[in-house]
Design a protein around this ligand. Sequence first.
Ligand code: ADP
Length: 230
Amino acid sequence: MIQFKNLHKRFGKLVVLDGLDLNIKKGGIFAVLGPNGSGKTTLIKCLLGMVIPQKGDIFYNDKSVLKKWNYRNELNYLPQIANFPPNLSVLELIQMVKNLRPKESNEQELIDLFGLNDSLNKKLGNLSGGTKQKVNLVLTFMFDSNLIILDEPTTGLDPISLIHLKELIQKEKAKGKTILITTHIMSFVNEVADEIVFILDGKIYFKGTIGELKKQTNNNDLEHAIANLI
Ligand code: ADP
């Protein structure tokens, strides 16, 4: 479904992606892991066309996305940092996003799930980090899409919301969707990921199932297995 081919990206002298190759097949949950600064967000932003690589190409369903790509019609993206307009209310923002994308949406179901009914008229600038993240999740999951990209989706979430997030992701997987997640929360990876994609030194250092990772590193604990990879 997605192919990254010989992707090179540097910022000034800093080489972030160094000839990265990666194929992601359709359907399933892929955890994109790697140390801080290893290029996880850069990789995602290249796919979204928000960062332009110096070299290489990216294909989505066999079409290059580097030339002309309106990803909003193809995928749902949860950014790591949601820059919400502080003076808008939650409801106004949801309405605005709905107007931008005239497609069927199920925001009320998600507002109920994350307990946001009492926050709908609050200004976004006055919300806690966790509540903002729940709004971020509503905006991401309210439209149907074949590809869902979640950059650090667990940030600031309370344990109950974390369970709801896991269920949401698993529900999408059951519908045949492809989900890419970057996260530092290993228990989350353990519970939801079908495959791990580990980035190091600008390349894919490991790609495989959690079982394969444990076997390769001879370690049954996921956190230690990942530490042993490097
Ligand atoms: P990760 O998501 O794995 O933590 P990032 O992709 O965010 O890593 O960043 C990789 C490296 O590239 C970091 O050192 C970061 O500071 C740098 N970087 C990211 N975006 C830019 C940018 N727009 N300008 C300069 N440096 C950047």
